[in-house]
Design a protein. Structure first.
Length: 116
């Protein structure tokens, strides 16, 4: 698992950050991880602090299983998995919302751009 410390003590780990980006992807846009791309290859990609998540975001503001990005027939949807601090999409808190290319997702101190 890849891992890197940020200046604020946050850490991110990826089960598989390599490979072709045929599907949608998240790009981290802040901290030392700026520019890191994460391919969304699975039907459901989990994000959280737990190492079993597909995208591990080690930050005290991130719940163990914080959110999921689900591929549907109509596109991709982000879902808050009853997290403590919530999920922001383009600066507004959301429970579940369809994603559009260019949307910005904030989870804890991590800011990510969605593209497809």
């Amino acid at each position: 698992m890849a891992s890197k410390k940020t200046h604020r003590g946050a850490d991110v780990g990826l089960a598989d950050a390599r490979g072709e980006h045929k599907n949608a992807r998240l790009t981290i846009v802040n901290s030392w991880f700026a520019g890191l791309e994460i391919a969304l290859k699975k039907k459901k990609t989990t994000l959280g602090r737990n190492l079993r998540c597909d995208v591990c975001l080690d930050d005290s503001l991130v719940s163990d299983e914080h959110a999921a990005i689900v591929k549907t027939d109509e596109g991709y949807v982000i879902e808050d998995l009853n997290s403590r601090c919530g999920v922001s999409l383009n600066g507004k808190g959301v429970r579940q919302r369809k994603l559009r290319s260019g949307d910005t997702i904030e989870i804890g101190s991590f800011r990510m751009k969605f593209s497809c």
